[in-house]
Write a new protein. Structure first.
Length: 318
């Protein structure tokens, strides 16, 4: 059984809320054929993946119902949604995309090396939906039925102290987690897990109130580790991170002369004809082939790169 908590992991496991206090109000974040060799996932900001042959059985298709297309002047961004971790936020994104709410809004706050925030209007950077605010989904309470690999120890939130947990992958998403072994010591037999703010994470903007997310969102372009477990990650870029990185840098209403790029449209893949979809495949991170791939990345001492620097291979079928 999986339980979704609205309380932040910062509260659940004692993280400081100092990082939250740094964030501003109004939802703004402050601070050819099928490829036969793996290509580095464009969403990763770390070391590139080595050329590596994967069997066809190791690839999985994205679910069209949980795939979001964001059209920009720089190309399409393909985001895989994660309803298992953030069901209410995923449903909100789907609802607004299907209502064409985001069409012709703008990327109103783009900070190089950090994130691109979208959903503001040219005349009002604080523009948001009239729908009620969402309760936070910073963490999910899970058992073994939602498997997260435990590859390394990692600080939970680098802006909030030295508390650490395990890190690995869930379904190709970099994730942090309490060790599953701890489930035997909890009252409900479950543990906390969360999706990480590695480059390419899609998450919801909010005010200092943890339960204030509405419609504005952001995609990370670099280091956003201080947001781990205190902002809701609801998706991950699977193709088109180059388009995210190409968005004009600046803050609407603060930087003179800044002209933000437009969100041309946002659509759910299932709502488009098949001919208009981008057929992205991702390596199954639970497969034996991915385990072997990880082994090829280990250094002489047997250690892996940081989970945010491990490229989860993707490919686009033609």
């Amino acid at each position: 059984m999986i339980k979704h908590f609205s309380l932040s992991l910062a509260l659940a496991i004692g993280l400081s809320t100092a990082a939250c206090a740094r964030e501003a109000d109004s939802g703004e974040i402050n601070d050819a054929g099928i490829a036969t060799l793996v290509q580095a996932e464009a969403t990763q900001g770390g070391s590139a993946a080595q050329a590596y042959d994967f069997p066809e059985t190791a690839w999985r298709d994205l679910d069209p119902e949980n795939t979001l297309y964001i059209e920009t002047p720089h190309g399409r961004i393909v985001v895989e949604l994660a309803p298992e971790f953030a069901p209410a936020h995923v449903e909100r994104i789907k609802t607004l995309a299907r209502a064409q709410f985001y069409d012709f809004l703008v990327w109103h706050r783009v900070l190089d090396g950090f994130m691109a925030q979208g959903g503001g209007a040219r005349g009002n950077p604080n523009h948001r939906t009239d729908l009620p605010s969402l309760n936070a989904e910073f963490t999910v309470r899970r058992g073994a039925e939602l498997p997260v690999s435990e590859l390394q120890d990692r600080v939970i939130n680098r802006g909030s102290g030295s508390a650490s947990a395990k890190a690995g992958f869930w379904n190709g998403f970099p994730a942090g987690t309490q060790t599953l072994a701890a489930a035997a010591l909890t009252g409900d037999g479950m543990i906390n897990s969360w999706l990480l703010h590695c480059t390419g994470a899609a998450a919801m903007a909010r005010t200092n109130d943890p339960n204030s997310a509405g419609s504005q969102f952001y995609i990370t372009r670099g280091d956003a580790e201080h947001l781990n477990a205190i902002y809701t990650v609801w998706g991950r870029v699977r193709a088109g991170q180059d388009a995210v990185n190409a968005l004009r840098v600046g803050t609407l209403g603060q930087d003179p002369g800044f002209v933000p790029d437009t969100i041309d449209s946002m659509r759910i893949a299932a709502d488009l004809p098949e001919a208009e979809r981008t057929p992205v495949q991702v390596i199954d991170t639970q497969s034996a082939a991915f385990t072997a791939y990880l082994d090829s990345l280990r250094n002489a001492a047997g250690a892996l790169p940081d989970v945010c620097e491990i490229s989860v291979p993707t490919r686009i079928l033609e």
